[in-house]
Structures are given as structure tokens and as C-alpha cells.
Ligand binder design. Sequence first.
Ligand code: M8P
Length: 820
Amino acid sequence: MDPSRYNQDYLPIDVEALQEAVSRRLIYRIGKDPFTANDWDWYRALSFAVRDRLIERWMETQRSYYRKDIKRVYYLSLEFLIGRTLTNSMLNMGFMDSCDAALQRLGLDLERLREEEPDAALGNGGLGRLAACLLDSMATLDLPGTGYGIRYEYGMFRQKIEDGRQIEVPDNWLSRGNPWEFPRPEVVYPIRFGGHVAVGKRHDGSRYVFHWMPDEEVLAMAYDTPIPGYHTDTVNNLRLWSARATEEFDLQCFNQGQYIKAVEGKALSENISKVLYPEDSSSENQKLRLRQQYFFVSASLQDILRRFQSNHDDLRELPDKVTIQLNDTHPAIAIPELMRLLLDERELEWQAAWEITVRTFSYTNHTLLPEALETWPVGLFSQMLPRHMQLIYEINRRFMLQVSHAYPGDGDILRRMSIIGEEGGKRIRMAHLAIVGSHAVNGVSALHTHLLKSSTFADFERYFPGRIKNVTNGITPRRWLNQANPGLALLINEAIGDGWVKDLERLQELREFADDPAFIERFADVKMNRKIRFAAYARRHYGQLLDPHTMYDVQVKRIHEYKRQLLNLMRTITHYRRMRGGNARELMPRTVLIGGKAAPGYWRAKQIIRLIHDVADVIDNDPQVEGRLKLLFLPNYDVSSAAEIIPAANLSQQISTAGMEASGTGNMKLALNGALTIGTMDGANIEIHDRVGADNIFTFGLSADEVANLKHAGYRPREWAERDEELKAVVEMIRDGYFSPEEPDRYRNLGEDLLNQDPFMVLADYRAYMEADERVNRLYAEPAEWHRRALINTAMMGYFSSDRTIDEYARKIWRVKPRR
Ligand code: M8P
């Protein structure tokens, strides 16, 4: 890193200067001296010193966007799963080594201080982490991108395990303060709810005007977090909104002498930004979630329009200067909200407003699961947002009219395409609203996009040909290789230089080293070191002893039936059963690691966690296993623990029912770090297969087509069990209480459901999975060949950089250019 690249006026980043800065920040910002400061104090002092150096570049970046008046991207997302920031900032700014040296001079250990930082876990899983990776890439590519979301006071719950059961603990991540955020008390917008709509005529009588008379008002206050790009002076902004009660609200009540009611009301409105909703597609009574959605969308749009109008007069130019990406339908209320702002508050005509709206928005779909496609009851929506309800009806009326012209006499297509669904009470279909109100819609992998076009949104593909596009997901190599796996990064740098960090396709240059046994050995050593490190981590954090000489066989992701942790478990039980039959030697020794959170209301997912623990107990206590098989559940899987487990993995489990995992991104992180994948032909696994080649991945099982055909033909899982003795025995062990002797019925209905319904086709894929696992076993017996193929995986993952993803969004959808 060449420090002279930086503007001379910026704060110095040499070792002496950094040492001085940390010491001064400790005294003048933290108010402690080196003799009384603890690790937390030093962590903060260091963070402030780093932050000071970010701020300068941040302000200059924002000024340059304004000066150059370039088109901006706004990424609206209810989730940003950022994780820790300190290391990321130092590495992206290019002075990690100097900081390390500065701290050493102060007698401090950087690795230890880093652990003080809590994860910013403002997201559930893949969807939220994708948003964070995309922010990193936008900044790295010098694109003028801003994230908008909610500053949840409580992020993703922390998972504790008691007696094998998941306990949710609130994540009070802000309790000791957050050095990375900047409160902006002057940036506040009123957000209104409820009431009714009055109709009148414009003063010249030329048209109707609608006055929304809300009965509630809340304030949205901005908090900004700088997002530095890697080795560039570009620093973008993540603006998160926090709910504040209005003063008027309080005053009204005070005047009536109702002090308690006033404070209650204040608490109620400030609830909006209190807590992240756990990914729980099916639960009812989500009034607060709808309030969250409108709250952050309305604040963001007011902010975007204010910024645009500060140097533009003509709103018709908005789509030339602003593009807004909707991360799933969660912010889709932005479509009627922009219409409301343009029609009611800026007095545009419908046609002009609609054109601006459609040209401004684009929408990313992240899931095909029917239960995850958002709908809101018309009743609830009308009460909370009466004007928006009118606008949605009008959008739909005009849309239905056009569809009926395109397909005269086809009543069925109107019912299918309507924004208002009629089955099970009137509900707003947010995906339909998002498609109609956007100029581009994208899926997140080739298969997922194909399925969107051919089934879920086939009618829309036909009516709006070309609107649905594919943008395959990616991950940032900065966090997921450079930071998470510095040993591997160093080895790669020695071989091919460090250009890959910004141009991940260059990892292909590693391919020639696949025939260099000495290099393969060093690659294997890096993996072994991370396995040893993870064993130490597991001892510290979980009190568990792992043997790093066993294969680390890893499935980390949210617990969901479609992700089929149960299939993994049935495989593990099969191995255990074979060992009890005296065949312990056939299996290459394994450590099966499963981690992930279950939504608090998702009973089956919680039951699966408990079953994992029950099975682990039985295996642990059986001497016949001879230490050749261990099953361990990793509690509280989050971004920070991902950065420990992923570099240590040998085998990556990506075993969703084909057609159900839209993309997956953990699959990319694991392969990039030199794990081999065992997986179904689902989501991005297919594209990973295409790039690494069939020899370097273990694929198995039904394809998405075959799953659909089998369902259509009538799938009878019990017959699959009857035809396969081993499978039958494994399901019966679960069902009949082998792993829960103190409560034999604990998994009775889980087992019965598998035999009777099995909507995720676990039984149908079991045998193919066992055979693929046998191939894994054989290859692992040849370490040199295993590691050679693992290296090829790392070498071929360049395509899955989120830089490539962002470049595609920029060209195909946003039409934005870098600032330099
Ligand atoms: C998230 C919710 C969060 C709160 C409340 C309701 C929710 C309903 C659905 C979702 C949701 O779709 N979550 C996803 S989609 N999580 C993911 O990881 C998904 O997006 C990733 C990024 O595109 C994909 O890689 C995953 O395959 C996909 O499942």
C-alpha cells in the first residue's frame, strides 16, 4: 500500500502518528489514562483514531457526488448484516499493519481488542449479508451508492442453547455505544400514520386533490455510518433511521394533564425501530413490521427528494439522477409513497408521476417460497396508510385495464396478475406491486431467475418481456478472504500478487499451481492451521474438544426445512449406525459441524436443533465410535463466527431441495476458502459447478424439474423408505425415540411427517446423498488430490465476487458510472 496515494492534507497514517492518535483519543475522547484503560477503552480509542481518517475521505466523497451531479444509487433494505467494522476499516484504508505496529508499541494486542467489538447484526441471514457485501463493492468500485435502512436498537437475537433447546437472548448491541455511527439530530423527517383522506378540488377547479389527515406522527432521525471502499478514497454512506416521538405529540397530552399517557405514547412510537424482525415468513400480526417498512421508506424518499431538489428543479429528471433498488418487497411501499409525494405534495399529473416512479425503481426478488412472498391484508393496510391504499387501488385499476386490453376475454389472467389477491381475504401482493412499479426485476441466480420467469412470475414475463433479468449474487473478497483468512491471502499474494483483492477473476492464475505439489502442501498447511485455530476457538467459546485431524464437515445457515439440516443429520446417523455394526474403519474420521438460528416461532426448526443435540449426545457417549465421528452444533452462528468456521472447513454442505434456495452465498464463501461442496443442483450451486467443473464438486439428487415432476406425479415418501432398509431404519430410530429414550415420543410426529408428507423430499434424495458422501470419503483418503481440488475451487471462484454483481447491476439496471 502506497501511502502517498492519499491526499497530503489527510491525517497521517504512519506508525508513530497512529500510536500518537490512539493515545490522544484514549485521553481526550474516552477520558482514561493508559494505566486504568481496559480492552474496551483501547478498542474505542483505536476505533476513533481509525474513524478520524475515514471521515475526511467520506466528506470529500460526498462533496464530489454533489459537485459532479452524478446519478446515484439508493439501496433500500430492511436488513444490513454488517458484522464488525474495525478490521474492515483498517484493511480497506490500507493501514492495518501500521495500526498493528502502533498497538504493539503501546503493549497492546490488536487481535484481542478486535474481539471487543459487537457484531452489527441488523439482518437475519443471506439477504441482509448480501446488502452488506454490495455496499462494500459499491464503495470499492467508486460508485455513488447509499444504503438506507433502520437503526434497530436490538439486532438479530443471540442464540443460547439450554438442554439442547434454542433460547433467544436480546442483542443489545448499542448498550456500550457505537463508535462507527454519527447521529444527525438535524436530519429528521415526520412520518405519518392512520387517519383518513379528504377529497377536494384544486383552487382552479381543474382536478381533484386528496388530503391525507393522519392521526399519528413519528419522527425519523438519521444515523450515518461510513462505508469505505478497498484501497480507494471513496467512502460511501449507510443512513439508518431511528424513531423519535414528536414534541407535539407529548405537548398535546401534557396540556390535557395526561403525563403517563404522553410517555406511553412516546414509547409506542419509538418502538418502531426497537427490534429486527426475525425471518419468520408465516407468522401473523405483523402490524409493527408494516410500520417499520413504511417508516424507513418514507424517511428515505423524503431524504432522496430533498437532496435531488437541492440542485434540480424538474422532477421529471429524477430517474436520470436517482435509481432506487428495492431489496425484496420489504420496501415496496416506496412505490405508492413516491406516487403520493409526486401527486399530492408536488402536484404532478398521474401519468408523469407514474413514469418517473417506474423509471426510478427496480426490485430484487430473493425467494420463491410461497409463504415468503409478502402480502398485507387490505384492512390493516387501509387503517395504517389510507392514502397509499387508494393509490394502490388506482395503480391496480389502470394495470388491470391494460392487461384486459392485451388479453381480451381472459378473466383468469386478471385474477392471477392483480395486485390485490382475493383468496383468504383481500390482500395486497407486494411482489406484483413491485413488478408493476419497477422498470427491472431481478432474480439472484441463473436457476432462480429461470424459475421466476417460467413459473412464479410467468404472466409478468409474458406481459413485460425483458423486465425480469438475472444478477447472480456475489460476496466481497475483502471480508471473506482477505480479512477472514489472512494466511490464505498471504499465500495467494506470494503466488500471484495481490491484484485479486479488487479483481477476483485473477485467482484463476492459481490454477497452474494445482500441479505444484509443494504449493498444494502449503495450501493444505494453511487449512490445517485454521482447523487448529478453530479447535481452540471451539474450546474457548463452546467448551468442546475438536480433533483438527478429522475432516471438518460444515453446514452453517439458518435452520429451515428446505435447507435440509435433517438430511445431513440422517446421513450422520447412518454413519453412526454403520459404526455400531462394526464398520467404524470405513469412514474417514469426521467432525460434523452444524450451526444456525431458528426463527423463534418456527417450531419444526427448533425441534431440528434439539434433535441435533440429542443425536450428538448419543454419538459422544458411544465408545464404538472410537473418536472417528463427532457431531457438534455451533451455537449463535453470526458474521464473526462465520469468519472463524468458514476458513477451517473441508466440506461445505449445500443440500437444499432443488428449486428452493434462490442462490445461497455461504456456498460461495466456503468454496472461496478452499472447501469442496457437496450439494444439490440448486441456486448458485449450479453456477459454482459450471465454474469449478464436475470433478471438483460433489453434486447429487433430484433437479428442480425432477422435484416438480415427482410432486406432480404424487410423491409417497413411505414407499421410498420401504424400498431402502437403511433409510427406513434411520427414520425409525428418530421416530421411535432412539435419541430421546427419556421421552420416546419427542420426535414421533417429525418421523411420521417424513414418512407421510416430506414436502422437502428428504427421503427421495437420501440414497443419492449417501452415494455422493461415499465419493467424498474416498477422495478425502487421498489428501494431496483433495487439496488439489480444493485449490481449484479457490482459483475458480472469481465470478462470485460481489464486485462482478455490482458491475452487472450498474450496467444492466442502474445505468450508473464510477465517480472517477
Ligand atoms: C426474510 C424475512 C425477514 C423478516 C420477515 C420475513 C421475511 C421473509 C422472507 C425473508 C427472506 O426472503 N430471506 C432470505 S431470501 N434470506 C436469504 O438468504 C435469501 O436471500 C439470499 C440473498 O439473495 C439468497 O442467497 C438465499 O438463497 C435466500 O434464501
